[in-house]
Design a protein around this ligand. Structure first.
Ligand code: ATP
Ligand code: MG
Length: 600
């Protein structure tokens, strides 16, 4: 925030500026919206005129269509709209843009509300629940349409869809006026009322704005405002058989809600002139309060190695390429959450990628980096062996006593806080432990520092051991690695570091290790831009995007709560699966690696 910003909130964190922040700061210092009133609920000009000065300094909104699960691109928009309202003493409205009767479902409504709250935002402010649905505004929209008709700004067109398409022209060719364009307001009103009364079939007529069929902006060549659709709406039922078009409905929704900054993605840029055209006419007619909201566009999020169209995501689910909308490989918010993403990591991501006005691709590693950063600081540590082979300490019983289990402990968190006892994790070492198969080589390659006959390593948090050999089955596969324990080398005891080793390996005791299902994920697509340029994104599906292994984890990991995140030392970050993890059947999902391995 610039030092000249009128925002006097001292608790607002300092954020990098961007063009939207500059616009808002300008509007606040110029007092663009200072005279606005707010009647406590959305409404027309008269409604708000009877209200109080608006306690919100700005109003933004997040307006999803409830036709699918939200994805990482929506997370960007949520963080942006709710974040700007929070930072500038404003309010962000949660609005369902449910003007299209056919595609919507209440199942999605709940999942969307859940996702927004999980991301850390809510729509309660100044004692009001700012949760709205566009279908509540159908009466007003109808009134606005009749107003445009009676003032000569709209007409009912009864050309066929094909004629309308041909007469619209194209970029190089102006459109041709419809033969119905010259109807009188009285004729238009009668036909529009007939549309509303259900006297016309679907597609028989549309209401169009009367602007300019020769406009270089095709969106201004008499855009459609209302169409006929004999369909049942999930809120309004069969009350309507005509429905407003998005381009007409959206500006009205914003205005009724006294939105100041209506932020959308770049593909709506060409519709801004119509947005403004409509506002001017409805304010002139006394229907809407002034000043009107203004539309601003930003570049949508394009993330490599995923697809973010709801339609394509639905295809992955319905065709069984993934196991549901919340599959941890999905870029949906429910999928990311199940993968181990935290609200903080997604907020950090939104901030880091910023907002710009030009389209670009964000590398998936940027998203992963944000999660890694969050988990590095907060996730408990633990040891897990993902590809286990047994290691036998052949002198253990003789040295420590038959069946002896020696207690060991390590800090659970990486960064101890001064003056606070760091939490510890406890486990035992005995005669047999599990180690990673790759930590033993009978004939070591050059530079190999782990177990091979004659070499010493430390069992992390335990003893130094010396490898003596291995046993194998008839196929030559190693069945047990053999070693001896070096006396007086237990980690944390005096003189334990007298014996120098070049490597410490992770391990889990056979006596207290717990088997766990571990789901190892790779990227879902092999192509960085799976659907760019009209490519069939299904062709680049990665056949190895999920591999399930049985790992052995230390006892503290087996006690995980669903959704709890851990660093499996040296392997990466994992999350206890929110659906399937139980105390008797631990299940962990791979969340993100310790280092950026994406480019390799
Ligand atoms: P999709 O194309 O995936 O179906 P949509 O744009 O149709 O998405 P809406 O429900 O209409 O989805 O979107 C709600 C809000 O989220 C809109 O304001 C839209 O601009 C924003 N949004 C959607 N996708 C992205 C994205 N990839 N990046 C940033 N914002 C997005
Ligand atoms: Mg949409």
């Amino acid at each position: 925030m610039s030092p000249t910003a009128p925002n006097d909130r001292t608790d607002a964190p300092v954020k990098p500026s961007n063009f939207l922040r500059q616009i808002i700061e300008h509007d606040l210092s110029a007092g663009t919206y200072a005279q606005r009133r707010w009647a406590g609920s959305p409404g027309d000009a008269a409604h708000h005129a009877a209200g109080q000065p608006d306690p919100a300094r700005i109003r933004t909104r997040f307006p999803p269509e409830p036709n699918g699960y939200l994805h990482v691109g929506h997370a960007k928009s949520i963080c942006l709209n709710f974040g700007l309202a929070r930072d500038y003493g404003g309010v962000c409205h949660m609005r369902f843009d449910d003007t299209n009767p056919e595609k919507e479902d209440t199942e999605y409504v709940n999942s969307i509300l859940d996702a927004v709250q999980w991301l850390g935002f809510n729509w309660d402010a100044n004692g009001t629940r700012h949760l709205y649905q566009a279908s509540d505004y159908f009466d007003f929209m109808y009134r606005a349409a009749e107003h445009l008709i009676t003032t000569g700004h709209a007409y009912v067109d009864e050309q066929s869809a094909e004629e309308m398409r041909l007469n619209r022209g194209d970029f190089g060719k102006p459109g041709v006026d419809s033969p119905f364009r010259a109807r009188t307001p009285a004729e238009n009103l009668a036909r529009f009322r007939a549309m509303r009364a259900g006297e016309l079939a679907d597609g028989a007529a549309v209401l169009r704005a009367k602007i300019d069929m020769a406009s270089p902006n095709i969106n201004l060549r008499d855009p459609a405002l209302y169409r006929i659709k004999h369909a049942t709406h999930h809120h309004t039922g069969d009350a309507w058989c005509i429905y407003p078009m998005y381009t007409f409905a959206h500006p009205i929704e914003d205005a009724l809600e006294q939105i100041t900054h209506s932020i959308c993605t770049l593909e709506f840029e060409d519709q801004r002139p119509f947005y403004d055209w409509l506002m001017v006419r409805l304010i002139d007619g006394g229907l809407l309060a002034s000043p009107p909201p203004k539309q601003y566009e930003f570049a949508r999020l394009n993330l490599t190695y995923v697809v973010t169209s709801k339609r394509k995501l639905a295809q992955l689910v319905t065709q069984g390429h993934v196991n549901g909308w919340d599959d941890p490989r999905m870029p949906t918010i429910v999928g990311l959450r199940r993968r181990g993403y935290t609200p903080q990591s997604l907020q950090l991501f939104a901030e880091r990628i910023g907002v710009t006005k030009s389209d670009s691709w964000i590398d998936h590693s940027t998203l992963e980096g944000c999660l890694r950063e969050d988990l590095e600081a907060h996730a408990r540590r633990g040891m897990a062996v993902l590809n286990p082979v047994k290691l036998v300490l052949t002198n253990w019983d003789e040295l420590m006593g038959p069946g002896h289990l020696e207690p060991c402990s390590l800090p659970a968190l990486p960064h101890p806080v001064e003056g606070v006892d760091s939490p510890m994790r406890h486990f035992t070492v005995g005669r047999e432990v599990w180690i990673e198969r790759e930590d033993f080589e009978e004939v070591p390659p050059k530079g190999y520092k782990r177990l091979f006959p004659g070499n010493k390593v430390r069992l992390k948090g335990g003893y130094v051991i010396e490898c003596t050999g291995c046993t194998k089955d008839t196929n030559g596969t190693v069945t047990e690695v053999l070693a001896t324990v070096v006396p007086d080398t237990k980690s944390g005891t005096p003189g334990s570091d007298a014996v120098k080793v070049k490597a410490a390996i992770t391990w889990v005791g056979v006596a207290d290790g717990v088997p766990a299902e571990v789901r190892l994920y790779e990227r879902l697509f092999l192509d960085a831009q799976p659907d760019a340029g009209g490519k069939d994104f299904l062709e680049s599906l990665n056949p190895h995007s999920l591999k399930v292994v049985t790992a052995i984890v230390e006892p503290s990991l087996a006690q995980a709560q669903p959704d709890q995140k851990f660093q499996f030392e040296r392997h990466g970050y994992f999350v206890a699966d929110r659906q399937d993890h139980t105390a008797t059947h631990p299940v962990f999902n791979f969340a993100v690696g310790l280092k950026d391995g994406w480019g390799k």
